[in-house]
Design a protein around this ligand. Structure first.
Ligand code: ADP
Length: 152
C-alpha cells in the first residue's frame, strides 16, 4: 500500500491544498492529511475546526484520512507506515524552503518527499493570505472550499 503523508497547518484549508490532495489521491493508495500541532504557534482556527474543514471537503473520498500529530514528521511517518511525504510547490521561495526540509528528512530517514507543482489557478493562494482577507472582512470564499466558513 502506497501511503503518503501531507503535513501542514491548514489554518485554514485552501483550494491550493485541495488541488494537491486531489491529485495526490491519483498517485497514492492513501493520502493522510496530517495537521501538525505546535504549542508555540498561534492559529486563527481551532484544531477541531481545521480538522473538520478537511474531513467535510473529502467526506466522499475514502482514500483521504485526517489526523493530528506532534513531533518530527518522519517519526510520525514511521509510526503510521507512510513511506512518502507529499508537498506542494508554488514558487522559488517554496522550493528553497522545501528543499532544506526534504534534505533533512532524507538525512533522518528513508522517507521520500514527492512534490507536486501547484495548479496555475491556485498558485497565488496561501493560508496566510486567506487569514489576512478574513481579518479585513474581505471575500475569502473563492480561495477556500465550501466547508471553510468563518463563524459569525
Ligand atoms: P505550513 O504550515 O508547513 O506552511 P501549509 O498548511 O501552509 O503548511 O501548507 C502545507 C502544504 O501545502 C505545503 O507543502 C505547501 O507548500 C502546500 N501549499 C499551500 N498552499 C498551496 C497552493 N496554493 N498550491 C500548492 N501547494 C500549496
Amino acid at each position: 500500500m502506497k501511503r503518503a503523508l501531507f503535513p501542514g497547518s491548514f489554518d485554514p484549508l485552501t483550494l491550493g491544498h485541495v488541488d494537491i490532495i486531489t491529485r495526490g489521491v491519483t498517485l497514492f493508495d492513501e493520502v493522510i492529511v496530517a495537521i501538525g500541532v505546535n504549542a508555540d504557534k498561534k492559529y486563527m482556527f481551532s484544531l477541531d475546526d481545521r480538522k473538520s474543514f478537511i474531513e467535510e471537503t473529502f467526506k466522499d473520498e475514502p482514500k483521504v484520512k485526517v489526523v493530528t500529530y506532534k513531533g518530527l514528521t518522519v517519526d510520525f511517518c514511521h509510526e503510521i507506515g507512510a513511506e512518502f511525504i507529499l508537498r506542494g510547490l508554488r514558487n522559488p521561495a517554496d522550493f528553497e524552503f522545501e528543499k532544506a526540509i526534504a534534505h533533512t528528512n532524507r538525512h533522518l530517514s528513508t522517507i521520500e518527499t514527492v512534490f507536486l507543482l501547484t495548479a496555475a489557478r491556485t498558485s497565488f493562494i496561501a493560508s496566510s493570505i486567506v487569514r489576512d482577507v478574513i481579518r479585513n472582512n474581505g471575500d475569502y470564499t473563492k480561495l477556500v472550499p465550501d466547508s471553510v466558513r468563518v463563524k459569525p
